[in-house]
Design a protein around this ligand. Structure first.
Ligand SMILES: Cc1cc2nc3c(=O)[nH]c(=O)nc-3n(C[C@H](O)[C@H](O)[C@H](O)COP(=O)(O)O)c2cc1C
Length: 186
């Protein structure tokens, strides 16, 4: 029998106790036997990231889920620091930097803005996909396969049915990885 894939959820939420979406996604994911939910703000409240520990967690993973609320069209600051210090030259990219090659990268994020606000004529003046190239290219530069993100818009006004449905889809995808993988040209 093929062993269950190893899934690492790198979770970055600065105030998880106030979260409606990400906290529930993380709690549900953590119930799965082959999923490790790694809460960065809990592990590193002082931003002093243990690089060897992070790199070994990544090396052990088949699927890396990057889970965060969208903040200023980007990632929470500790996650930015995590990218900066963990994805080292010669380890993640560049000469000899093959540690992440072939792993899948799945962005799971939520936005306060609704789907309608992420349109050219909406408040944010760009489709949501316009805010993703930096993260997508980070994954690709590290030889990872970018997967279609799992996004929840309108997080602050969403009703319970929509939240539950989003969590169910997330768990179903975690449970059925790697069957839904797309090649995505990487
Ligand atoms: C500092 C900060 C910046 C934010 N920036 C954005 C943003 O650029 N676009 C957006 O749609 N929502 C933005 N939001 C709203 C969050 O994305 C939203 O509250 C979050 O996704 C809800 O998830 P949660 O219930 O897990 O906290 C921001 C929230 C905070 C606290």
């Amino acid at each position: 029998m093929t062993p269950a894939p190893n899934i690492l959820v790198v979770l970055a939420h600065a105030s998880l106790q106030r979260s409606r979406i990400n906290r529930r996604l993380a709690l549900a994911a953590a119930m799965l036997p082959n999923v490790t939910v790694h809460d960065l703000y809990d592990a590193y409240p002082d931003f002093d990231i243990d690089i060897p520990r992070e790199q070994s967690l990544l090396e052990a993973a088949d699927l890396v889920v990057i889970q965060h609320p969208l903040q200023w069209y980007s990632v929470p600051s500790l996650l930015k620091e995590w990218f900066d210090v963990v994805l080292e030259h010669g380890w993640a990219y560049g000469e000899g930097g093959n540690a992440l090659t072939g792993k899948s990268y799945w962005l799971v994020t939520s936005t306060g803005g609704t789907h309608e606000t992420y349109q050219i004529e909406g408040v944010h003046q760009h489709p949501f996909s316009s805010f993703l190239p930096a993260q997508e290219q980070t994954a690709r530069l590290c030889g990872m396969t970018w997967q279609t993100p799992h996004v929840f818009h309108g997080a602050n006004q969403a009703d319970e049915t929509a939240v539950s449905r989003h969590i169910e889809t997330y768990i179903k995808q975690l449970q059925t990885y790697p069957h839904w993988l797309t090649n995505n040209g990487t």
